[in-house]
Design a protein around this ligand. Structure first.
Ligand SMILES: Nc1ncnc2c1ncn2[C@@H]1O[C@H](COP(=O)(O)OP(=O)(O)OP(=O)(O)O)[C@@H](O)[C@H]1O
Length: 267
């Protein structure tokens, strides 16, 4: 089991370009073992940030992509049947709590509320996880830390975190980086010249203005990186933007035309 936790260690530094003082704030929250909520749209660097922080703090990272079919047992653990009988298997949350990892629950709001509440006793002074089926009250390792992500754009009254969940966390807001920082990120991640990254970021800014006028989400930094990666591999810029940006983000023909026009302005 000890070896399995070693598999979760972040060996090489994940490159992360800070946007403000989030690194210092996360370090302070970790020191206080205050659970952290990362809020922001898809593809703006939340996952990269957690990976970077796990590396910086020298802690293993256990990531769980949450979904609406996820049950409390999927997080906590269950008995499995094998040749020698029944055997308990920790779920990712119990595994992280037992071995002192950072547990990152991505898009926690996708999980049903009865699943979400299992984190409550881990996120207050108790720092325990009841493994009811096993009859064990798991005391979290001192290094254990819980991080969740949350995209406020997707929330509706039907799908939101309970106040009793939200109020257990400190929150860091993530949004699109300012242009000069996003240029740095796109150039680094895609391996393109600054001039090309600048054009992609300008296209992103234009496209983000269409949010709310037919686009549900703005073009993410991830999409701009994808376009850059195609360009770096010799794809013509307009074809790269079509494949990586305008086609994935919408099926609305008028919106595609508007996005294509933005691309044509810069390339
Ligand atoms: N500040 C940043 N530093 C370094 N890379 C970044 C940064 N912001 C965005 N990126 C780039 O954007 C990509 C997408 O970011 P990431 O996977 O962290 O998004 P996310 O916010 O976790 O999205 P989702 O909510 O969909 O999981 C990264 O792989 C990285 O290339």
């Amino acid at each position: 089991m000890k070896d399995m936790i070693e598999d979760h260690r972040v060996i090489a530094e994940p490159w992360y370009r800070p946007l403000a003082d989030e690194v210092a704030l996360f370090e302070a929250a970790y020191a206080a073992r205050m659970p952290v909520m990362l809020k922001g749209p898809t593809g703006c660097g939340k996952t990269r940030f957690v990976e970077h922080m796990a590396w910086r703090l020298g802690k293993p990272l256990v990531t769980v992509a949450c979904n609406e079919d996820m049950t409390a047992s999927d997080l906590v653990g269950r008995f499995l049947l094998d040749a020698s009988g029944t055997r308990w298997q920790d779920g990712p949350l119990a595994f992280a709590a037992r071995h002192g990892a950072i547990c990152y629950l991505d898009e926690i709001v996708e999980a049903r509320q009865d699943t979400t509440v299992v984190i409550h006793p881990l996120t207050d002074g108790r720092r325990v996880l009841p493994l009811e089926k096993k009859g064990e009250l798991l005391k979290a390792h001192p290094d254990f830390h819980l991080v969740i992500s949350y995209n406020p754009g997707y929330q509706s009254l039907m799908k939101d975190l309970k106040q009793s969940t939200k109020q257990r966390f400190g929150a860091l807001d993530f949004s699109w980086p300012e242009a000069r920082v996003e240029v740095e990120i796109v150039a680094h991640e895609a391996g393109v010249e600054t001039a090309t990254a600048e054009k992609l970021v300008d296209i992103g800014a234009r496209a983000r203005n269409l949010k709310g006028h037919g686009l549900d989400e703005g073009v993410s930094t991830r999409m701009l990186v994808h376009a850059g990666q195609l360009i770096a591999r010799g794809v013509a810029p307009i074809a790269a933007c079509t494949m990586a940006i305008t086609r994935p983000i919408t099926d609305d023909m008028d919106m595609r035309d508007a996005l294509d026009a933005a691309v044509a302005t810069f390339f």
